[in-house]
Design a protein around this ligand. Sequence first.
Ligand code: NAG
Ligand code: NAG
Length: 368
Amino acid sequence: MLFPEHKFLCALSVSALCRQLEAASLHVFTAAPKTCRLKAVEAPALCPELSVWGVAMLRHMLQLQCNAQAITTIQQTGSKEKLITDSRQVRLATGLFPVISLLNHSCSPNTSVSFISTSATVRASQQIRKGQEILHCYGPHESRMGVAERHQKLKSQYFFDCNCSPCEREKQSSPKGPGREAFCCHACGALLQGGDVLSCGTASCTESVSRDHLVSRLQNLQQQVGMARKLLRNGKLEQAIQLLLRGQHDAESFLSAEHSMVGEIEDHLARAYAALGDWEKSAAHLQKSLRVVEACHGPFSIEMGHELFKLAQIFFNGFAIPEALNTIQKAEEVLLVHYGPWNDEVQELQKMKSCLLDLPSIPVGPNE
Ligand SMILES: *[C@@H]1O[C@H](CO)[C@@H](O)[C@H](O)[C@H]1NC(C)=O
Ligand SMILES: *[C@@H]1O[C@H](CO)[C@@H](O)[C@H](O)[C@H]1NC(C)=O
């Protein structure tokens, strides 16, 4: 169902547009049919043509949320001097793409859509055999949320019940991939299960703990990481590292190893050590973050591509040549699938590669 607030906003926007059009037509179309030359003050009702247009516009606007496509771009954050860039997907606009709109949805699609300016490119992310359906994802991807949340989102925005293969699979087995957002037992490390009171799955362990308690510990941890992020931004690296290391220790005692918070802490640590020029430590932390990203999003996900790109930069900056070449290749494979060869990161990887391959002519390794 469309929310009433949403419907109301659409109606308001369309009537505002109509008023504007009417005002404009008074100036521009002085030769237009007489019916349109009414003054708003004298005739608060819209002229007849505009009410026909208005109805059509409202109809289209209400359909937008089902049929339009978010135009996204990858925004690089972090300045060049920082040596390690970060990126995230941001929404630029909403566009209409009649051909892409023909594609059906899957929560685990076999294509990836990317944009250069306003042109969209659809790439196969797996081999698609003749006769097989080309599917893309309307947003709720299996790597980002569980089946219940995906169903609710697809139902409320697109009005259908998804029965793609990951949905069918997940409905039959456990509702959500383990680990991603799970708590674990501080005594034996096994995943905790249950509702308000969580208990340990291991037979020999009798630990139990209230969910509220763990949720508030997680919130504290999130706050600490937020503070560390601020310290990082302000260049207070040592302090940030202290805070993050404490957070990492805390996280290990109650979060699963694949918890997204664990990955986030490792990623920040990698960033902090990179800023200090300690490439070795930075790489070690980023590799841990990479394992979490792989568990949460899958080995060929966009998220994995960006994380591999960062690791390649770290190895490159640290002159770890075999590791750098190896990681560049992996990052390239993943990013090419999603963005094609003209992507900035892909080009940057190629530059790094040719630079490393040219190296034997100069002394290998840091000089001191
Ligand atoms: C999308 O799914 C519908 C219903 O199953 C089907 O009729 C249609 O052909 C599919 N579209 C494409 C482009 O395969
Ligand atoms: C494309 O994705 C759909 C849904 O995951 C799957 O059923 C289909 O087999 C895939 N096609 C190929 C060629 O992998």
